[in-house]
Design a protein around this ligand. Structure first.
Ligand code: GLY
Length: 348
């Protein structure tokens, strides 16, 4: 078992990582009330809800399972009202607790609902996708999509504990394993050369799984450090956006239908590093190293889209401060920095 602490002034918490943890999840969930509202999606619930609910019931909790349709369309403001109604009908009070069992969609939606129901009830994250285990479940960013765009309504609302069971990754389709790997490689690129080198030596998913507890714990520790120094995303936390400026634009260009988030971020990391290297801002050969690791994990580093068209989708990114654009570049592997520029940066 590995434990990572997210140290915050008033709302710190632990991230616990262990293979097989779900079966004893109830032992790590503490609530003054007796009710737990469990939210999951239509894919995950059939696989893992029984295990979770048995574990909670064994601790004396009364549970209500609420299942949303799997997929991004559920992370929408329109999903929120029916959830509130189900919580009210269950009689969930401010002493009770909400658990998110699923990937980023379930975690973000549930966290947002928990942050607003009765002005805030405690919630616990049990992420089931690799991407959620290394990124979205840690750090308290919760949000839903509205017609005008993704993640435009949300809050910073930290969970009480994050429980990561690496065994759950065994049922994750390859596409989503690769999706999460992009974010793991990102951590190595921006802050941890040792992690990057470790990833460069991995040759298969099986080999990764042998080291999963360790690698996921390292990613969570990196994120916990960044979040504890900049919870509200005003400075250092923006480093986590390496590859995301161009990556988000690419996702938007394809109307969020062709590439997964990780696939887009992989192309974004390679693309921005090619540019920063050409401008003399990054050590020569860095892009080649990144490309090699990404390709090894099944991530493409290029796309057929015309970059000048993709760049036109950058302007609405919420990390775009006024006229300036803050991008993340690498000085070299393991040394990410924020770089204030403008959109012309991408027009080489
Ligand atoms: N996923 C980036 C962040 O949590 O800030």
């Amino acid at each position: 078992m590995q434990k990572v602490s997210v140290n915050l002034p008033t709302n710190g918490y632990d991230v616990i990582i262990q293979s097989g943890l779900l079966a004893s999840a109830g032992e790590y969930i503490h609530s003054k009330g007796g009710k737990v509202f469990v939210v999951s999606d239509s894919n995950v619930s059939v696989l893992y809800c029984d295990t979770l609910i048995s574990s909670l019931t064994a601790q004396g909790y009364r549970c209500k399972l609420y299942v949303v349709k799997a997929g991004e369309s559920s992370k929408n403001i329109s999903s929120v009202m029916p959830m509130y109604s189900a919580m009210i009908e269950f009689g969930l009070t401010r002493s009770d607790l909400v658990v998110a069992l699923g990937g980023g969609v379930v975690g973000d939606l549930t966290g947002f609902v928990a942050s607003t129901y009765l002005r805030g009830v405690d919630f616990v994250q049990i992420p089931t996708s690799l991407l959620a285990q290394v990124d979205s479940s840690v750090g308290g960013k919760v949000a839903v999509d509205v017609v005008e765009g993704k993640n435009l309504v949300g809050s910073f609302y930290q969970p009480k504990v994050v429980l990561i069971d690496t065994l759950l990754l065994s049922t994750l389709p390859d596409k989503f394993y690769v999706d999460g790997m992009a974010e793991i490689i990102k951590y190595g690129c921006i802050l941890d050369k040792k992690l990057f080198d470790r990833l460069a030596a991995i040759e298969s998913r099986e080999e990764f799984m042998e080291q999963a507890e360790d690698i996921i714990a390292r990613c969570c520790a990196i994120k916990a450090g960044v979040v504890s120094r900049d919870e509200r995303d005003n400075g250092e936390r923006m480093l986590l956006n390496f590859g995301h400026t161009y990556g988000h634009a690419l996702e938007k260009y394809y109307d969020f239908s062709t590439l997964t988030h990780g696939q887009a971020v992989a192309i974004g990391m390679s693309h921005i590093t090619a540019i920063s290297e050409a401008k003399g801002l990054t050590k020569q050969g860095t892009r080649e190293k990144i490309d090699r690791v990404l390709t090894n994990f099944g991530l493409s580093t290029t796309d057929v889209a015309d970059p000048s068209q993709v760049v036109s989708y950058i302007s609405n990114d919420k990390k775009n401060l006024g006229k300036d654009l803050v991008v993340v570049i690498l000085r070299e592997i393991g040394k990410g920095v924020l770089y204030r520029t403008d959109k012309e940066f991408f027009e080489v």
